[in-house]
Structure formats: structure tokens, C-alpha cells
Design a protein around this ligand. Structure first.
Ligand code: NAD
Length: 310
């Protein structure tokens, strides 16, 4: 990839997006952020980024891309709550499909050198198969959120094949770390447990707590995005540790780290919840040189410390 001087980050006021903005600025890249602040916050925004409060669905956002002509686009702006997508699929599709297409098509026309799309690995594969899932596992998006992410990936394939824009799709497992919001589909468990246990609020585990996820610390997620920008690659990559951790185990670790000493309490299970998930990221290791560096223990310590400071 030739030298990158400018980058646009959509969703750059959100959890993962704001960490990507920080990493780009540390690399002396000029960063533009488009975010409508529907879930993100100005507090997350790096003061050295140029901020446009705007929806990715707005035709003005396409005109902005045409004017800025960034070298690279990181597209993270999205409606991220799976439950909201089930309640209001058209709204999810407006942001996650039409918003992505609006930015991607404008990027292809503007000659953007690389378009990096943050997709979902956690929602993409059928949990009837045994994890970890590789990119070769046939996808089976069930929720409107997953369907939207898959549709957006396919539109990017079109922009690549027909307009020649280099695209990288990163299918993330469950990210966690500082700045993760307490609402939304993924926010779930780690930030909620950390905050509730620190505040000595009653913490309830949904169902039997045996549902597993693959947790990746945010600095490792950022590193995957940086490698996707720097390496001469295109295509789809799973980003995960391959390790499944269940909710009961998370509760026990965070309970210990916060010193809350709460008893494990279980509530009703969430209907239709995926029971197990983990991603096989060997392709990312081979082609991007990516491996997760932060262990769950270290990552949880850093996350709890961040919530403690607040
Ligand atoms: N957090 C995870 O575990 C995870 C896992 C897989 C994929 N992802 C994907 O990573 C991306 C970032 O997720 P996150 O966890 O940082 O969530 P987040 O909610 O913190 O970030 C999303 C950002 O997009 C902004 N946004 C929403 N709708 C917008 C619109 N119409 N126009 C402009 N901005 C809009 C929000 O204000 C927010 O700042 C999303 O695309 C999400 O689907 C996240």
C-alpha cells in the first residue's frame, strides 16, 4: 500500500472507531471523522481529528467523500444492536446497508485506495457447527443485523470487481475495552459487569451463563485494522482468538478484579441467543501477520481500571 496521508473513519466517535482514529493520528495521518453521535460521544473524539457530525446515509456524506478524497476509508458507523435490528429491520438496513453503500460507492468514485469494513464474525456463522469458525465456514446470517453486514460485504465485492476499489472486510469477534458503551448489542457483558460490580449493583447473569463468546481486546482489533491498511491485501478476514469464554467465567474474573464479592445470580435466558461462538483467525495470521497480544486477564484488568477511573 502506498503511503497513506489521509483517512476517513466513519463511526470515529464510537468505541472501536475512536481507538482507530487515535492510532492513525499517532502515525501522523490526517484523519476525518463522520459520525452522527447516535451512539458515539464527542468525549471519545481525538482533538486532532476533523469532525463532521453527519449520518452516513446522508447524500451530503457522499459529497464529502468526493471532496475529501481520502486515501483510506475505515467504515465502522453502524447500528450495532442485534435486538434493535430484530425490532426494526428497515432502520437497521437503512444505516447498515444503505449507509455502507452510500459511503462505499462514493469512495470508489473518489478513487479511495483502500476501503476497510468492520463486519461481524460473531453474528455471521451458524452456532449449530462447532467453533472456531473460519472464513470458509458457510455463512448463515439470521438476525437482520447479520443479514445487513453480509449484504454490505457483497456490495463491497461489487465495488471491488466493477470499480476496482481495494476492499478488506474484517469480521470481528466480540471486542471489549475502554470506551465501550453500556448499551448496544456487544456492549453487553464486560462493560455492564464491570460497571455494575464496581458500583456494587446487583448483577444478574442471563440464563445458565454457559453461552460462550470470543473476546478480543480493543488494541488487538485496532492492530488488525492498521495491518489491513498497511499490507497489500484484499478479502475477508476473521479477527478472533479462537478461545471461547463463558459468561460465568467472565463474571468470576470481573467479580475478583473489582473486589465486589457478589454471589452468582442467574435470570431468564435471552430468547434466540447464540449459544457458542469463536473465530479461527489463521488467515489473518498468515496474510496480515495479525495475532492477538492481550490476554483476557490483562484486557479485563485494563478495562476494569478504566471504568474505575470514571
Ligand atoms: N464491538 C464489537 O464487539 C463488534 C463486533 C463486530 C463488529 N463490530 C462492528 O464494529 C463497528 C463499531 O462498533 P462499536 O462497538 O465501536 O460500536 P459504537 O456504537 O461504539 O460505534 C458505532 C459508531 O457509529 C455511529 N453511527 C451510528 N449510526 C450512524 C450513522 N447513521 N451515521 C454516522 N454515524 C453513525 C455511532 O454514533 C457510533 O459512534 C460497527 O460497525 C460494528 O457493527 C463491533
Amino acid at each position: 500500500m502506498p503511503t497513506v496521508k489521509t483517512a476517513l473513519v466513519t463511526g470515529g466517535a464510537g468505541f472501536i472507531g475512536s481507538h482507530i482514529v487515535d492510532a492513525l493520528i499517532r502515525r501522523h495521518i490526517k484523519v476525518f471523522v463522520v459520525d452522527d453521535l447516535s451512539a458515539g460521544s464527542r468525549k471519545n473524539l481525538n482533538p486532532n481529528a476533523v469532525f463532521y457530525k453527519m449520518s452516513v446515509t446522508d447524500p451530503a456524506a457522499a459529497r464529502l467523500v468526493a471532496r475529501l478524497k481520502p486515501d483510506v476509508v475505515f467504515h465502522l458507523a453502524a447500528q450495532i444492536d442485534v435486538r434493535c435490528s430484530v425490532e426494526d429491520p428497515p432502520q437497521d438496513a437503512r444505516v447498515n446497508i444503505m449507509g455502507t453503500l452510500n459511503i462505499a460507492h462514493a469512495s470508489a468514485k473518489a478513487g479511495v485506495k483502500k476501503f476497510i469494513f468492520t463486519s461481524s464474525g460473531g453474528a455471521m456463522y451458524p452456532d449449530t457447527l462447532r467453533p472456531p469458525y473460519s472464513e470458509k465456514t458457510p455463512d448463515d446470517p439470521i438476525s437482520p443485523y447479520a443479514i445487513g453486514k453480509r449484504a454490505a460485504e457483497m456490495y463491497l465485492c461489487f465495488e471491488h470487481r466493477i470499480h476496482g476499489m481495494k476492499t478488506v472486510v474484517l469480521r470481528l469477534a466480540n471486542a471489549y475495552g475502554p470506551r465501550q458503551a453500556l448499551r448496544g448489542g456487544y456492549a453487553g457483558v464486560i462493560s455492564i459487569f464491570a460497571r455494575q460490580l464496581l458500583k456494587k449493583e446487583k448483577t444478574v447473569i442471563n440464563g445458565n451463563g454457559k453461552q460462550t463468546r470470543d473476546y478480543v481486546y480493543v488494541s488487538d482489533i485496532v492492530q488488525a485494522h492498521m495491518l489491513a491498511m498497511e499490507k497489500n491485501v484484499t478479502g475477508t478476514f476473521n479477527i478472533g482468538t479462537g478461545v471461547q469464554t463463558n459468561v460465568n467465567a467472565l463474571f468470576r474474573i470481573i467479580n475478583r478484579l473489582t473486589g465486589a464479592k457478589q454471589r452468582e445470580v442467574h435470570g431468564p435466558a435471552c430468547k434466540g441467543e447464540v449459544m457458542r461462538s469463536a473465530l479461527d483467525a489463521r488467515k489473518a495470521r498468515r496474510e496480515l501477520g495479525w495475532t492477538p497480544k492481550v490476554t483476557l486477564d490483562e484486557g479485563l484488568k485494563k478495562t476494569v481500571a478504566w471504568f474505575q477511573k470514571r
